[in-house]
Each structure stands twice: as C-alpha cells, then as structure tokens.
Design a binder for this molecule. Sequence first.
Ligand code: TYM
Length: 328
Amino acid sequence: MTTYLSGIQSSGLQHLGNYFGAIRRHVEGAAEPGEHFYFIADYHSLTTSRDPVTLREQVRETAITYLALGLDVERAALFRQSDVPEVCELTWLLSCLTGMGLLERAHSYKDKIARGVKPNVGLFTYPILMAADILAYDSTHVPVGKDQKQHVEMTQDIAQSFNAIYGEVFVRPEPVIPGDERLARVPGLDGEKMSKSYGNDLWIFEEGKKLKKAVGRIPTDSRPPDEPKDPEGLLLFDFLALFVEPEELDDWRQRVQVGGAGAPGYGHLKQRLIEGIDANLGPARERRRELLAHPAEVDAILAAGAERARARARATRDRALEACGLRG
Ligand code: TYM
C-alpha cells in the first residue's frame, strides 16, 4: 500500500520554501492513489518554542495555511502531531537502539550548533522523533525538501536496525525530493537556503507594501539595464522561475542577455515578480482570511484527521511493543 506522509513545524509562519518544497506538493499529491497523512509538528517545535500562546496560534495558522492552499481533507488526514502521543512511545523504543554517532552526523543539528544555538537534548534526538512520525503510519513516500532528506535516510537506518533485531515491524520509507533544484532548495532573499531561522524568508501570504519591501531586498547590482548580463547568476531569476511560465521566463532571459533598449531593469523584473506572486497566491490569501474567521471549523478538521491518524499509529505501536517484549 502506498502511504504518503510529511510534517511541517509550526514555529513561525510558513514561507515560500515550505510551499514549493513541501506544501504545494502535498496538496497536489493528495489526488494520487494511496493514503495521505500531513501533520503539524508541534512536538518538534517545542525544541525551540517557549511561548504557549504563540505555539497554539501557530499550530492553527499552519493548519489554515494547508486549507487555504487547497488540501483536500477528505483524501488527506491533516492533524496535529501531539494528538498522536503514540509517536512518543515509539520514539523511546527507537532511541534505545539508535547510536549516538548517527545523531552526531545530522547536518541540520551540526548547522544549528555552528550558528550558535545552545542545544537541548530534544534538538539532538529530533531525528528519532521524526523517524517515529514516519514509521508510525507505515509511510512509503515522504515528500520533503532537500534539507530533510538526511533525516528520512536516518529513519531508514533506524527502521532497519529495529527490524534486524525484532523482525519486520516497520516499513521502509523513501524520501521524495523535487527533481528541480530550485524547488528542492528554494533560495532565501539573500541567496542562502530560505529558512525561518535565517531571517531570509518570505511568508506565503505576504502582500502589498510588505511584499514589495521583501522583494526589494533581493540583491541586484548597479549595472544599467542596457548592459548585457548572464541571467544564470541573478537570484531574481530564480524567484521569477517560481512564478512565471517557462516561455515568459525565457523571453526575459533573452532580453537581459542581449541588453540594449529592449532589456528590462531590475526594478521592472521585481515588479513582474510581485505580479506573479499576487496572481499565484492572491486567491489563497482570501481563503486564509475566511478560515481565520472560523477557528472551530479548523479545529474540527484537525480532530477528525487525528482520529484517522491515531488508529494507524496505535496499530504500529502495538506491533512494536509486542515485538520487543513489552506486551503479549
Ligand atoms: P520544516 O518545518 O523545517 O520544513 C517543512 C518542509 O518544508 C521544506 N523546506 C524547504 N523546501 C525547499 N526549500 C527550502 N528553502 C525549504 N525550507 C523548508 C522542508 O524540507 C520540509 O519538507 N523536521 C521537519 C518536520 C517533520 C517531518 C516529520 C517531515 C517532523 N516530522 C516527518 C517529514 C516527515 C522540519 O523541520 O521541516
């Protein structure tokens, strides 16, 4: 059976990297045959979040983001990670056979340390909780951005270690990363990977003056419009590629490359980018506003999703407990 699963942290607002690398693919993928589970990783957010009010609000905001962007909740279960506490039980079972070395090799952990984050134990064991998330639902396909690939590979290793000792309890998951690098690792406004923690992100629903200001931050240079330029080196083109059709993109590329009177200036291209963002995401902004006015509906959707997800996680938890001698 094909089972798609993915999670997204609720710390901070969801950005264009989350959208292209994950959410849009989840929304479109829900039409594929198979089961679909998408959750808001609030246990994971607790590794950094300290304000209960904000955390609660951001969980709902993340759910609204999925709904506004069109997730079909008849086909996909949308739920809150912490509504399925069985994943914590599985986390412990998996922790007992995960080597320290495996966790020490995690890029995302090393990157946080390099950036001066003072690690707590939760941050260190984060990949084990993520493995429990994935294995709890017998997930076969895990659609994520490139930055999460290693975590899914660690899940494969952890599942293999468990199965080697206790028999075939867990299903091996495969990461599903976009083939197009521009989607697998969406750049931030400074050209680094877009990330909530780097301060270079653009919120999916940004609009008006704030959107203009954010787009204004994309670095350019002082070369005049008529000077021929190589579009490959221009970050602005990476963004345009996300929002305009390939034929139009080619046309802009050629004009920039040739230079002369017909070439657009950076300001012109930034304006076109804003129009592209408005055209693509404007309707979802409206749906978000409507959903914000109906929090009870959103909570009901999350509760129904959790019920579906929990049934699956309970069965896996029971199988795992029995296999290692804690039940049966
Ligand atoms: P998170 O919340 O950091 O990111 C959510 C999803 O967005 C993708 N993403 C990106 N894709 C392309 N370009 C970018 N700049 C970019 N930034 C983020 C991420 O790859 C991810 O798919 N640990 C996970 C949440 C999680 C999870 C899971 C995911 C918890 N349990 C189980 C899958 C399966 C995380 O922090 O993602």
